[in-house]
Write a protein that binds this ligand. Structure first.
Ligand SMILES: C[S@@+](CC[C@H](N)C(=O)[O-])C[C@H]1O[C@@H](n2cnc3c(N)ncnc32)[C@H](O)[C@@H]1O
Length: 256
């Protein structure tokens, strides 16, 4: 399955010349984003928690709560990275969890701290190496903003979800209102990198959390994300904690 993931990723990259979609990351920027997460690994969870004002963990748990009715079926943790949400899923009794990520290094790290219910797969959201309707629940935490093609990723997520399956997103948000958007943007551009730097205290090279800035710049607004999810997946409910600087979206796959 790993090999398939890698092959599809290469095919996808070459078939989709980048820059075609205005909201996409360039390949170089995208690689730097993935490398930034890799280099942040030792401090990733604690600093993510701090820069989200202690909300990252509780919001992951809230999203997982929405998926709980399907904990016996196959669950996809999309963009699982170092496996923080995967660990929560497994500890909440989810029995068959697939963690998908383009980074082998991050998947290895996730595997080392998870138990036998965790299945790592190398791949990208834009071209998921799974059959249609393979999953009853899909979770993506702080990863959807990193994909290169959001619409294509949502189409793929919809394809691999069972009808009536559930999908939860937790991520940084971009509020629709001008005042809140300004405030959040100021925090992401200036407050967050400073706070991260103070917490890193030279323990890892540079400040990988600065890579959140370009991903924030390219984010669609919270309401636009909600509309896209409703269009590609099904009815959804948007929650906007921290003045909309974070989002939790819970969606149910519409039947055909
Ligand atoms: C900020 S980390 C989040 C990790 C984890 N989900 C969490 O909750 O902490 C974002 C992850 O998305 C992954 N990613 C980036 N582009 C992706 C893509 N196109 N498809 C799937 N995952 C992707 C990165 O490799 C990285 O591990």
């Amino acid at each position: 399955m790993k090999g398939v993931g890698k092959r599809l990723f290469k095919d996808w990259i070459f078939k989709n010349p980048l820059g075609r979609r205005p909201s996409s990351h360039t390949t170089d920027e995208w690689k730097r984003i993935v490398e930034a997460v890799e280099s942040a690994v030792p401090l990733y969870e604690s600093i993510s928690e701090a820069i989200s004002f202690g909300l990252a963990g509780p919001l992951r748990r809230r999203a997982i709560g929405w998926l709980t009715i399907f904990k016996e079926g196959w669950t996809l943790d999309l963009g699982s990275g170092p496996g923080v949400s995967t660990r929560f899923l497994v500890s909440q009794g989810f029995q068959k969890v697939v963690g998908l990520d383009p980074s082998q290094r991050l998947l290895k790290f996730a595997k080392s701290s998870a138990d036998s219910g965790f299945h790592p797969v190398v791949g990208v959201a834009e071209s998921l190496p799974f059959r249609a309707e393979a999953f009853t629940s899909i979770l993506t935490c702080f990863a959807l903003r990193d994909v290169m093609d959001l619409s294509q990723s949502l189409l793929e997520i919809s394809r691999v979800s069972r009808q009536d399956g559930r999908f939860a997103i937790v991520d940084i948000g971009k509020p629709d209102g001008r005042f809140r958007s300004r405030l959040v943007s100021l925090y992401i551009r200036f407050g967050m990198p400073l706070l991260a730097r103070l917490l890193i205290r030279g323990r890892i090279p540079g400040n990988p959390f600065r890579m959140i800035i370009p991903t924030f710049e390219r984010l669609v607004t919270n309401e636009s994300l909600n509309v896209l999810v409703q269009r590609e997946f099904g009815p959804s409910r948007l929650q906007e904690p921290l003045l909309g600087g974070l989002v939790v979206l819970e969606a149910r796959r519409a039947g055909s």
